[in-house]
Design a protein around this ligand. Structure first.
Ligand code: ATP
Ligand code: SF4
Ligand code: MG
Length: 329
């Protein structure tokens, strides 16, 4: 995965203006590679959806740039498609299920020609839905079936970038697993690139190649999934991971890494490092100087002045190797 699909530089998304201005995405930079699944994690309100909406062109950035690198195939250049958490909002309740899938294929999307029905029914089959559902209305499907329709619709759009915003959050655990497997298969079959937003680190571990961690609008850690989830370098990522319930005892030291306090007022963020009001490693330097995302090894970077101390704190919270084995059992 070396071919770049998109370069995002110093992206800013604001809502409102003047004293009420809320900076939802704050100077975020990264590159997206063709064919990868790039997960975005972070607490509620950290700016994940705002980032995805800027990438999809749904919101206009206040500053920065999003540059698409054209591909070699005949895909509609520069197109993207969003799969939302709640599939009801994405499907027109007046249309039959097959028409919901065929709609993005129709020229100018004014009339949906009957000739597109076989292709739509074929896609419905591909996502595991029988022909008998094709003439129903979306309201006559279960939540899991509706989400499969939105996935078929995303493939029908022929967009090369699919922004999946909590795509399995509304489904029960066994359906989540099936839909994740389907998303991965379709990605590989159609050469899709995903931005995958999720609160569920288990889903992220299963589907994502890389992970970006957001805190108060900023990207604070970025790296390969296994590296970020197993050896996090930012105290915020470490706190998110320490909060995941473990079947075995939680080590006392790991509790020391857990998030403390509330997210500060978004309209009046802390100076320097945004995380400093909740960070167990914070010093005066953190209040005066904002850390930048720094690449240490294997393209794994973190925005923290004290990355080495953070790594040591994480290793000590994990305990000796023998304990680690016991915990993972
Ligand atoms: N249309 C809007 N107008 C004003 N503020 C908004 C709007 N959309 C989002 N916000 C604010 O921007 C910030 C980031 O919101 P965003 O929806 O991007 O977060 P998120 O990380 O997707 O959260 P969640 O996990 O809850 O979906 C929040 O403080 C939110 O209240
Ligand atoms: S820069 Fe300072 S406050 Fe921010 S995460 Fe690192 S140690 Fe904590
Ligand atoms: Mg969101």
């Amino acid at each position: 995965m070396t071919e770049i699909l998109m370069n995002v530089r110093d992206l800013v998304v604001d809502y409102g203006g003047g004293a009420d201005r809320l900076r939802a995405v704050d100077t975020v930079s990264f590159s997206l590679y063709r064919g990868e699944t790039f997960a975005v994690i972070g607490e509620s309100g950290s700016g994940k959806t705002s980032l995805a909406h800027a990438l999809a062109g749904i919101v206009e950035p206040a500053a920065g740039s999003i540059d698409r690198v054209p591909g070699a195939d005949d895909r509609a250049a520069g197109t993207s498609h969003v799969i939302f958490q709640d599939p009801r909002s994405a499907l027109d309740p007046r249309l039959a299920v097959w028409q919901c899938v065929a709609e993005p294929m129709a020229p100018r999307r004014l009339r949906i020609p009957r000739s597109t029905r076989p292709a739509a029914v074929g896609l419905l089959r591909r996502v595991g839905l029988g022909d008998e559902l094709a003439d129903r209305k979306p309201a006559q499907l279960s939540g899991g079936q509706r989400q499969r329709v939105t996935i078929a619709r995303a493939v029908a759009s022929r967009a090369e970038l699919i922004l999946c915003d909590e795509p399995v959050a509304s489904l029960d655990v066994s359906l989540q697993s099936e839909v994740l497997a389907l998303l991965a298969e379709l990605r590989d079959e159609h050469g899709l690139t995903y931005v995958f937003i999720s609160h569920d680190l288990g889903s992220v571990a299963r589907i994502a190649d890389r992970v970006g961690v957001m805190y108060m609008g900023r990207l604070v850690e970025l790296g390969p999934t296994a590296s970020v989830l197993e050896s996090p370098r930012h105290p915020y990522t470490q706190a998110l991971l320490a909060a995941v319930p473990k079947p075995t005892r939680v080590r006392r030291e790991r509790r020391g890494l857990l998030l403390r306090g509330e997210i500060p007022d978004r309209r009046n963020p802390p100076s320097g490092c945004r995380f400093r009001t909740r960070c167990h490693l914070a010093t005066d330097r953190c209040a005066t100087t904002a850390p930048v995302l720094t690449d240490d090894t294997e393209s794994h970077s973190a925005a923290c002045h004290f990355r080495q101390e953070a790594i040591e704190a994480w290793q000590s919270a994990l305990g000796p190797a023998a304990d680690r084995k016991e915990e993972s059992r």
